[in-house]
Design a protein around this ligand. Structure first.
Ligand code: SAH
Length: 395
């Protein structure tokens, strides 16, 4: 007999719409002996089984649905099917031509809650973010080895959300050869070194790939400011597209150092590149005072809103940084601005950018809306997976 989680009356509604999460407040009863991450039947108050899911006893998200098909066994074959599907989907994407590194598994969006797998050339870097993903770790690693034949698989489960699942940080080699300290990857024909051991996320922001290509379209002959530049992504695309000059701003010296290496790696000129280490808010103010101006500005800040209660304060930070950027634009210039805060919806983001333009005293026109890359799809029954929004704005 499968172990059970029984929902309170009326709490089956979201599951009926095929949403994938069961919150702790919806649960009336759970069998006592369920192991963290074990698969359970999710049952409504009338006793009907609605789905199979993995149980997270310590988390507010008490269960994550694995299958609505009650005949489907959650076994090795199940994970094999899901992984095969995720791999096949990405193989046929035209946006990934000329790219050897991207996200292979994006958690709920690929039907594998809590599992992230990123391909860096011949290596894979994984994050196991839920009790369920952790429970099936060995099986998942075995399948990745079999299907993708990597040289090595490295774990980067050093993410604060693990603590909500009652899991400790976990990093290290899971299989095969350890990846090089600086692994060389190719994205849209450009080369980058990524640090999968200490870098952000698993080492690189794959989610901006198509947006970097979009920015490149506007860069020829332009003075470019890449703010929150990390290891140089947007700026290197801009230089490659013929940008006249580039200023990078980031608070991380190691990210700025790697940016210079990445410029060299692509044989691009460093003569008109300036790296500024510091707080972007303060540095943009300084640039305004110095009378510096730019034709093209990219703003890709870290997540300013990490929970609902920070929406107001986070929105203010987004407004301030966008206002400063607008003030730094030459007439006819362009701002490409992002928010990766899932709690900020597109409507609010557009309003914040509009308020920033108003405060900066510029007439701004939105010319395009951008989003996370194709390897970070959003399942229609799981809109929470949509987090990265961008706007191209001309003045
Ligand atoms: N655009 C990058 C990703 C940016 S991630 C890319 O395409 O790869 C956000 C970056 O902001 C990180 O590199 C982080 O070091 C930097 N950062 C965070 N807070 C900052 C601050 N207050 N001022 C400047 N940089 C900051």
């Amino acid at each position: 007999m499968a172990k059970k989680v029984i929902l309170k009356k009326g709490k089956e509604k979201s599951l009926m719409r095929k949403h994938l999460w069961v919150f702790s407040g919806a649960v009336k009863f759970a069998d006592v002996q369920i192991q963290p991450g074990e698969t359970v039947d999710i049952v409504d108050s009338n006793g009907s089984v609605l789905a199979k899911g993995s149980y997270s006893p310590h988390s507010q998200i008490r269960a994550r649905v694995l299958s609505f098909n009650l005949n489907e066994k959650i076994d090795r074959d199940f994970f094999e099917r899901k992984i095969e599907k995720a791999v096949a989907y990405r193989k046929q994407l035209p946006q990934l031509k000329g790219t050897d590194s991207y996200r292979i598994i994006f958690s709920e969006s690929d039907g594998l809650p809590g599992l992230i797998a990123d391909k860096y050339g011949d290596y894979i870097v994984c994050q196991f973010l839920s009790a369920g993903a952790e429970y099936f770790k060995e099986t998942i690693v075995e399948i990745l080895v079999e299907k993708l034949k990597p040289k090595g698989i490295y774990e980067r489960s050093d993410v604060s959300s693990r603590s909500k699942e009652g899991l400790k940080f976990s990093t290290g080699l899971l299989w095969g050869e350890a990846p090089p300290e600086k692994i060389e990857i190719t994205e849209n024909g450009l080369k980058f070194f990524a640090d999968v051991y200490n870098g952000h996320k698993t080492g690189f922001y794959f989610d901006q790939r198509e947006n970097r290509a979009e920015v490149a379209k506007y860069a020829n002959g332009k003075s470019v400011l890449n703010c929150f530049s990390y290891t140089g992504g947007f700026g290197i695309y801009a230089l490659n597209a013929g940008a006249e000059s580039l200023v990078n701003i980031d608070s991380s010296q190691s990210a700025l150092d790697l940016t210079l290496e990445n410029i060299k790696l692509n044989g691009l000129p460093e003569t008109n590149v300036e790296n500024i280490r510091g707080d972007a808010f303060a540095e943009l103010r300084k640039l305004i005072e110095e009378g510096r101006r730019f034709d093209l500005i990219i703003l890709d800040p870290p997540k300013f809103i990490d929970s609902k209660k920070h929406i107001t304060s986070g929105a203010r930070a987004y407004k301030d940084i966008n206002m400063l950027a607008f003030k730094l634009l030459n007439p006819g210039g362009r701002l490409v601005t992002f928010s990766c805060s899932g709690h900020m919806n597109f409507e609010l983001f557009q309003k914040v950018v509009a308020d920033a333009a108003l405060d900066a005293g510029v007439n701004a026109k939105i010319t395009a809306a951008l989003r996370q890359g194709v390897d970070h799809p959003v399942s229609t029954n799981f809109p929470e997976a949509f987090y990265l929004k961008g706007l191209v704005v001309s003045i």
